[in-house]
Design a protein around this ligand. Sequence first.
Ligand code: KIV
Length: 267
Amino acid sequence: MPRISTAGLRRRAADGQKIVMVTCYDATFARLVERAGADAILVGDSLGMVIQGHDTTVPVTLDDVIYHCRAVARGCRKPHLVGDLPFGTYQGGPQDALRAATRLLKEGGVQAVKLEGGERVVDSVRLLTEAGIPVMGHLGLTPQSVHQFGGWKLQGRTATAAERLLADAHALQAAGAYSLVLEGIPAPLAAQVTAALDIPTIGIGAGPHCDGQVLVLYDLLGLDERFCPRFLKKYADLSAGVGEAVSAYADEVRTGRFPTAAHSHEE
Ligand code: KIV
């Protein structure tokens, strides 16, 4: 079964079907996410926060992302697969971006790469596209710039910032980006960008008018009870579920109720 292609995602958007994307970092969750019918999986550098326990995505390395891409690629066959270019792998310019993206495709097994930024990355987007590497753009509250933003703050709030973001979106599309993540911006601005572009937009914290939505899998599963930003809807409470399961197991081990004969090999 061939993976959903960049054209497949564009077709969905053109037909008015919302694109469903989630992040994923391992083979087990990739299998479950595919079974649940997601169109696209992003192996995001959010892995630095939800897997590695960092406060930001900044420390994530290309080797880290490749490792998780390989696991996800082994776990699913159909979803469109995108790998994040981590901080420091493309800020040096197009040749750096090409080297890093080539490794993500060859070693990580993804179909496309995502990178953050507007005007300043268009030369890289153009070079990768010319080299046959599909690029997903990412504008708004781009996590790799969190130190420049001074925190996790909504972006594009002033007229000037909104104009800048719209110009960046056009520049990414013109350079060849096949889709665009819009993160942490006002819903009306996301609607304006979506209406202005031919390529699909995928929102997170950007309201309902994008062509698709993406969430961090661990967030939508409710694995961190401390993380409750306004944009997030938790579709499960696995933080409580995991806690209950592990404490029931601990209790049964301590009281000798597990394992029983049913869980033992007598010969
Ligand atoms: O790294 C990531 O998971 C992301 C998404 C939140 C868009 O960039």
